[in-house]
Write a protein that binds this ligand. Structure first.
Ligand SMILES: [Fe+2]
Length: 323
Protein backbone atom coordinates (compact mmCIF):
# COMPACT_ATOMS: atom_id res chain seq x y z
CA UNK A 1 0.00 0.00 0.00
CA UNK A 2 1.21 3.49 -0.68
CA UNK A 3 1.24 4.44 2.99
CA UNK A 4 2.36 8.02 3.34
CA UNK A 5 4.81 8.54 6.13
CA UNK A 6 5.74 11.76 7.83
CA UNK A 7 9.35 12.93 7.72
CA UNK A 8 9.83 11.45 11.20
CA UNK A 9 8.90 8.01 9.86
CA UNK A 10 5.69 7.81 11.90
CA UNK A 11 2.35 6.97 10.33
CA UNK A 12 0.00 9.88 10.10
CA UNK A 13 -3.41 8.34 11.05
CA UNK A 14 -5.33 10.53 8.60
CA UNK A 15 -3.02 9.59 5.75
CA UNK A 16 -3.32 5.92 6.61
CA UNK A 17 -7.12 6.01 6.50
CA UNK A 18 -7.05 8.00 3.27
CA UNK A 19 -4.61 5.58 1.69
CA UNK A 20 -6.87 2.56 2.45
CA UNK A 21 -9.91 4.36 1.07
CA UNK A 22 -8.22 5.55 -2.07
CA UNK A 23 -6.01 2.62 -2.98
CA UNK A 24 -7.87 -0.60 -2.04
CA UNK A 25 -9.43 -1.99 -5.17
CA UNK A 26 -11.26 -5.08 -6.43
CA UNK A 27 -10.98 -5.32 -10.22
CA UNK A 28 -14.24 -6.98 -11.25
CA UNK A 29 -15.48 -7.15 -14.82
CA UNK A 30 -18.85 -5.38 -14.81
CA UNK A 31 -20.33 -7.67 -17.48
CA UNK A 32 -19.30 -10.82 -15.62
CA UNK A 33 -20.71 -9.30 -12.44
CA UNK A 34 -24.02 -8.55 -14.18
CA UNK A 35 -24.28 -12.08 -15.57
CA UNK A 36 -23.14 -14.07 -12.56
CA UNK A 37 -23.51 -12.14 -9.30
CA UNK A 38 -24.94 -14.33 -6.53
CA UNK A 39 -25.64 -17.36 -8.70
CA UNK A 40 -22.33 -18.40 -10.32
CA UNK A 41 -18.81 -18.01 -8.84
CA UNK A 42 -16.34 -15.86 -10.77
CA UNK A 43 -12.77 -14.67 -10.32
CA UNK A 44 -11.30 -11.18 -10.11
CA UNK A 45 -8.04 -9.45 -9.30
CA UNK A 46 -7.33 -6.98 -6.50
CA UNK A 47 -4.52 -4.98 -4.94
CA UNK A 48 -5.12 -5.81 -1.28
CA UNK A 49 -1.87 -7.80 -1.03
CA UNK A 50 0.02 -4.50 -1.18
CA UNK A 51 -1.74 -3.01 1.85
CA UNK A 52 0.52 -2.82 4.88
CA UNK A 53 -2.31 -3.76 7.25
CA UNK A 54 -1.85 -7.31 5.92
CA UNK A 55 1.89 -7.46 6.69
CA UNK A 56 2.59 -10.37 9.02
CA UNK A 57 3.77 -8.05 11.80
CA UNK A 58 0.50 -6.13 11.55
CA UNK A 59 -1.45 -9.38 11.64
CA UNK A 60 0.42 -10.56 14.75
CA UNK A 61 -0.55 -7.34 16.52
CA UNK A 62 -4.12 -7.64 15.31
CA UNK A 63 -4.30 -11.28 16.45
CA UNK A 64 -3.23 -10.28 19.93
CA UNK A 65 -6.04 -7.74 20.10
CA UNK A 66 -8.51 -10.66 19.71
CA UNK A 67 -7.40 -12.44 22.88
CA UNK A 68 -10.11 -10.90 25.02
CA UNK A 69 -12.81 -11.70 22.44
CA UNK A 70 -13.13 -15.49 22.15
CA UNK A 71 -16.33 -15.21 20.10
CA UNK A 72 -14.36 -13.36 17.44
CA UNK A 73 -11.93 -16.11 16.52
CA UNK A 74 -11.94 -19.77 15.58
CA UNK A 75 -8.83 -21.95 15.41
CA UNK A 76 -9.01 -25.44 13.96
CA UNK A 77 -6.73 -28.12 12.59
CA UNK A 78 -6.70 -29.42 9.05
CA UNK A 79 -9.49 -31.72 7.92
CA UNK A 80 -8.44 -35.20 6.81
CA UNK A 81 -10.38 -34.81 3.58
CA UNK A 82 -12.73 -32.31 1.88
CA UNK A 83 -15.74 -34.43 2.86
CA UNK A 84 -14.97 -34.40 6.60
CA UNK A 85 -17.76 -33.10 8.84
CA UNK A 86 -16.91 -29.44 9.47
CA UNK A 87 -17.07 -29.44 13.27
CA UNK A 88 -15.51 -32.88 13.69
CA UNK A 89 -12.08 -31.30 13.08
CA UNK A 90 -10.31 -30.58 16.39
CA UNK A 91 -10.48 -26.91 17.31
CA UNK A 92 -9.54 -24.51 20.07
CA UNK A 93 -6.63 -24.88 22.48
CA UNK A 94 -4.63 -21.86 21.33
CA UNK A 95 -5.00 -18.14 21.20
CA UNK A 96 -4.68 -16.33 17.85
CA UNK A 97 -1.21 -14.83 18.26
CA UNK A 98 0.19 -18.11 19.57
CA UNK A 99 -1.30 -19.95 16.60
CA UNK A 100 0.13 -17.44 14.12
CA UNK A 101 3.58 -17.74 15.68
CA UNK A 102 3.47 -21.54 15.40
CA UNK A 103 1.95 -22.04 11.96
CA UNK A 104 5.10 -23.85 10.81
CA UNK A 105 4.99 -26.33 13.72
CA UNK A 106 1.28 -26.82 14.32
CA UNK A 107 -0.85 -27.21 11.22
CA UNK A 108 -3.89 -25.07 11.79
CA UNK A 109 -6.38 -22.59 10.39
CA UNK A 110 -7.00 -19.29 12.19
CA UNK A 111 -10.16 -17.30 11.51
CA UNK A 112 -10.21 -13.74 12.83
CA UNK A 113 -13.80 -12.54 12.63
CA UNK A 114 -14.83 -8.94 12.20
CA UNK A 115 -11.39 -7.26 12.31
CA UNK A 116 -13.29 -4.01 11.65
CA UNK A 117 -14.45 -4.18 15.28
CA UNK A 118 -10.83 -4.32 16.42
CA UNK A 119 -9.09 -1.89 14.08
CA UNK A 120 -10.56 1.17 12.37
CA UNK A 121 -8.45 0.66 9.26
CA UNK A 122 -10.25 -2.61 8.57
CA UNK A 123 -13.54 -0.76 8.94
CA UNK A 124 -12.38 1.66 6.25
CA UNK A 125 -11.28 -1.22 4.06
CA UNK A 126 -14.63 -2.98 4.45
CA UNK A 127 -16.62 0.17 3.66
CA UNK A 128 -14.44 0.92 0.66
CA UNK A 129 -14.71 -2.53 -0.90
CA UNK A 130 -18.40 -2.97 -0.15
CA UNK A 131 -19.15 0.35 -1.80
CA UNK A 132 -17.34 -0.90 -4.92
CA UNK A 133 -19.62 -3.95 -4.99
CA UNK A 134 -22.73 -1.83 -4.41
CA UNK A 135 -21.69 0.41 -7.29
CA UNK A 136 -21.26 -2.60 -9.58
CA UNK A 137 -24.67 -3.86 -8.48
CA UNK A 138 -26.16 -0.52 -9.48
CA UNK A 139 -27.21 0.23 -5.93
CA UNK A 140 -29.17 -1.80 -3.45
CA UNK A 141 -32.58 -1.30 -5.04
CA UNK A 142 -35.18 -1.90 -2.37
CA UNK A 143 -32.93 -4.22 -0.42
CA UNK A 144 -31.54 -3.29 2.97
CA UNK A 145 -28.22 -4.56 4.27
CA UNK A 146 -28.84 -6.53 7.46
CA UNK A 147 -25.33 -7.80 7.99
CA UNK A 148 -21.93 -6.84 6.61
CA UNK A 149 -18.65 -8.08 8.03
CA UNK A 150 -15.20 -9.26 7.07
CA UNK A 151 -12.77 -11.93 8.22
CA UNK A 152 -9.10 -12.78 7.91
CA UNK A 153 -8.06 -16.40 7.43
CA UNK A 154 -4.49 -17.41 8.19
CA UNK A 155 -3.51 -21.03 7.63
CA UNK A 156 -0.50 -23.31 7.68
CA UNK A 157 0.62 -24.96 4.46
CA UNK A 158 -1.27 -28.04 3.23
CA UNK A 159 -4.43 -27.58 5.28
CA UNK A 160 -7.91 -28.51 4.17
CA UNK A 161 -11.13 -26.69 5.04
CA UNK A 162 -13.95 -29.22 4.66
CA UNK A 163 -16.94 -28.74 2.41
CA UNK A 164 -19.75 -26.48 3.64
CA UNK A 165 -21.80 -23.50 2.53
CA UNK A 166 -22.14 -20.05 4.05
CA UNK A 167 -25.44 -18.14 4.22
CA UNK A 168 -23.85 -14.95 2.91
CA UNK A 169 -22.75 -13.40 -0.38
CA UNK A 170 -18.95 -13.23 -0.30
CA UNK A 171 -15.94 -11.65 -1.96
CA UNK A 172 -12.76 -13.55 -1.13
CA UNK A 173 -9.24 -12.18 -1.73
CA UNK A 174 -5.98 -14.06 -1.45
CA UNK A 175 -3.26 -11.97 0.20
CA UNK A 176 -0.29 -14.31 0.69
CA UNK A 177 0.51 -17.90 -0.33
CA UNK A 178 -1.50 -20.19 -2.53
CA UNK A 179 -5.01 -21.52 -2.11
CA UNK A 180 -6.99 -24.01 -4.19
CA UNK A 181 -10.60 -22.99 -3.87
CA UNK A 182 -13.26 -25.46 -5.01
CA UNK A 183 -16.71 -23.89 -5.25
CA UNK A 184 -20.04 -24.89 -6.76
CA UNK A 185 -23.03 -22.74 -7.71
CA UNK A 186 -25.68 -22.53 -4.97
CA UNK A 187 -28.05 -24.46 -7.24
CA UNK A 188 -25.93 -27.52 -6.36
CA UNK A 189 -27.09 -27.37 -2.74
CA UNK A 190 -30.14 -29.50 -2.10
CA UNK A 191 -33.31 -27.81 -0.83
CA UNK A 192 -33.36 -30.30 2.05
CA UNK A 193 -29.85 -29.22 3.15
CA UNK A 194 -30.79 -25.55 2.87
CA UNK A 195 -34.08 -25.96 4.74
CA UNK A 196 -32.34 -27.93 7.50
CA UNK A 197 -29.87 -25.07 7.86
CA UNK A 198 -32.32 -22.17 7.82
CA UNK A 199 -34.68 -23.67 10.39
CA UNK A 200 -31.84 -23.26 12.88
CA UNK A 201 -31.95 -19.47 12.41
CA UNK A 202 -28.29 -18.93 13.22
CA UNK A 203 -25.24 -17.45 11.54
CA UNK A 204 -23.11 -20.52 11.01
CA UNK A 205 -21.84 -22.79 8.27
CA UNK A 206 -24.20 -25.17 6.50
CA UNK A 207 -23.50 -28.89 6.18
CA UNK A 208 -23.11 -30.35 2.70
CA UNK A 209 -22.72 -33.93 1.54
CA UNK A 210 -19.84 -33.75 -0.92
CA UNK A 211 -21.07 -36.89 -2.65
CA UNK A 212 -24.19 -35.02 -3.75
CA UNK A 213 -22.31 -32.29 -5.61
CA UNK A 214 -22.15 -32.39 -9.40
CA UNK A 215 -18.46 -32.46 -10.43
CA UNK A 216 -19.37 -30.94 -13.79
CA UNK A 217 -20.40 -27.73 -12.03
CA UNK A 218 -17.29 -27.38 -9.88
CA UNK A 219 -15.15 -24.25 -10.28
CA UNK A 220 -11.54 -24.55 -9.14
CA UNK A 221 -9.73 -21.28 -8.54
CA UNK A 222 -5.96 -21.34 -8.04
CA UNK A 223 -5.50 -18.26 -5.93
CA UNK A 224 -2.30 -16.39 -5.24
CA UNK A 225 -1.68 -12.83 -4.03
CA UNK A 226 -3.82 -10.43 -6.05
CA UNK A 227 -6.46 -13.00 -7.02
CA UNK A 228 -9.91 -13.46 -5.61
CA UNK A 229 -13.34 -14.88 -6.24
CA UNK A 230 -16.98 -14.11 -5.73
CA UNK A 231 -18.89 -16.74 -3.77
CA UNK A 232 -22.69 -16.64 -4.06
CA UNK A 233 -24.85 -17.22 -0.99
CA UNK A 234 -25.24 -20.94 -0.17
CA UNK A 235 -22.49 -21.97 -2.62
CA UNK A 236 -20.85 -25.22 -1.42
CA UNK A 237 -17.07 -24.99 -1.22
CA UNK A 238 -13.93 -26.57 0.17
CA UNK A 239 -10.41 -25.18 0.23
CA UNK A 240 -6.80 -26.34 0.43
CA UNK A 241 -3.69 -24.28 1.07
CA UNK A 242 -0.48 -24.75 -0.92
CA UNK A 243 3.12 -25.26 0.11
CA UNK A 244 3.45 -22.17 2.29
CA UNK A 245 1.32 -20.32 4.82
CA UNK A 246 -1.73 -18.59 3.47
CA UNK A 247 -3.37 -15.27 4.32
CA UNK A 248 -6.80 -14.41 2.92
CA UNK A 249 -9.33 -11.65 3.47
CA UNK A 250 -13.03 -11.96 2.81
CA UNK A 251 -16.08 -9.85 3.32
CA UNK A 252 -19.66 -11.06 3.31
CA UNK A 253 -23.10 -9.54 3.52
CA UNK A 254 -26.77 -10.41 3.80
CA UNK A 255 -29.78 -8.31 2.94
CA UNK A 256 -33.35 -8.34 4.16
CA UNK A 257 -34.22 -10.27 0.96
CA UNK A 258 -31.77 -13.05 1.82
CA UNK A 259 -33.20 -13.24 5.36
CA UNK A 260 -36.66 -13.57 3.83
CA UNK A 261 -35.55 -16.44 1.58
CA UNK A 262 -34.11 -18.15 4.65
CA UNK A 263 -37.42 -17.85 6.49
CA UNK A 264 -39.30 -19.27 3.51
CA UNK A 265 -36.99 -22.28 3.51
CA UNK A 266 -37.44 -22.65 7.27
CA UNK A 267 -41.21 -22.74 6.75
CA UNK A 268 -40.78 -25.39 4.03
CA UNK A 269 -38.79 -27.46 6.51
CA UNK A 270 -41.76 -27.40 8.88
CA UNK A 271 -44.16 -28.41 6.10
CA UNK A 272 -41.99 -31.40 5.24
CA UNK A 273 -41.98 -32.42 8.90
CA UNK A 274 -45.78 -32.56 8.63
CA UNK A 275 -45.47 -34.84 5.62
CA UNK A 276 -46.34 -32.16 3.05
CA UNK A 277 -44.48 -31.33 -0.17
CA UNK A 278 -43.98 -27.55 -0.21
CA UNK A 279 -43.52 -25.57 -3.40
CA UNK A 280 -39.88 -24.81 -4.06
CA UNK A 281 -38.61 -21.34 -3.17
CA UNK A 282 -39.09 -19.07 -6.18
CA UNK A 283 -42.05 -20.91 -7.71
CA UNK A 284 -44.72 -18.67 -6.15
CA UNK A 285 -43.48 -15.27 -4.99
CA UNK A 286 -46.64 -14.41 -3.04
CA UNK A 287 -46.66 -17.73 -1.24
CA UNK A 288 -42.95 -17.41 -0.46
CA UNK A 289 -43.61 -14.02 1.16
CA UNK A 290 -46.52 -15.40 3.21
CA UNK A 291 -44.38 -18.29 4.45
CA UNK A 292 -41.58 -15.91 5.42
CA UNK A 293 -44.02 -13.66 7.30
CA UNK A 294 -45.48 -16.60 9.17
CA UNK A 295 -42.01 -17.81 10.07
CA UNK A 296 -40.93 -14.37 11.20
CA UNK A 297 -43.92 -14.16 13.53
CA UNK A 298 -43.40 -17.68 14.84
CA UNK A 299 -39.64 -17.65 15.27
CA UNK A 300 -37.74 -14.45 14.59
CA UNK A 301 -34.27 -15.31 13.35
CA UNK A 302 -31.73 -14.54 16.01
CA UNK A 303 -28.48 -13.74 14.33
CA UNK A 304 -25.47 -13.85 16.56
CA UNK A 305 -23.32 -11.79 14.19
CA UNK A 306 -23.27 -8.11 14.94
CA UNK A 307 -24.99 -5.90 12.42
CA UNK A 308 -22.53 -3.48 11.02
CA UNK A 309 -24.52 -0.44 11.91
CA UNK A 310 -22.47 2.22 10.26
CA UNK A 311 -22.58 0.56 6.86
CA UNK A 312 -26.25 -0.16 7.30
CA UNK A 313 -26.86 3.52 7.93
CA UNK A 314 -24.63 4.78 5.17
CA UNK A 315 -25.32 2.23 2.48
CA UNK A 316 -28.67 0.62 3.19
CA UNK A 317 -30.49 3.86 3.72
CA UNK A 318 -29.75 5.11 0.26
CA UNK A 319 -32.42 3.23 -1.63
CA UNK A 320 -30.51 3.59 -4.86
CA UNK A 321 -32.24 2.46 -8.01
CA UNK A 322 -30.75 -0.67 -9.51
CA UNK A 323 -29.93 -0.57 -13.19
FE1 LIG B 1 -16.87 -20.86 3.93
Amino acid sequence: MMVQRSFAGKLDPDDVVRSVKTSARLNIDSEIFRQSFDHEPFGFTHNLSSLDLFSYDSLLGLAESFHGSPRDYFIAGSALSPGTQFYSVPNGGMRPREALENLDRVRCRVLLKRPEDHNARFRDLLETLFQQVVDLWGGLGNERVERLESAILISSCSTTTPVHFDPEIGFFSQIEGEKFYHVYPPACSSEAELERFYIRGRVDIGSVDIKGLDPAREHVFTLGPGRGLHQPQNAPHWVQTGRSRSVSYTFVFQTDASYTRGRTRAFNYCLRRFGLSPSRLGEHAGLDAAKASAMRAAAPIQFTGRVYNKARRVLAGRRLSRS
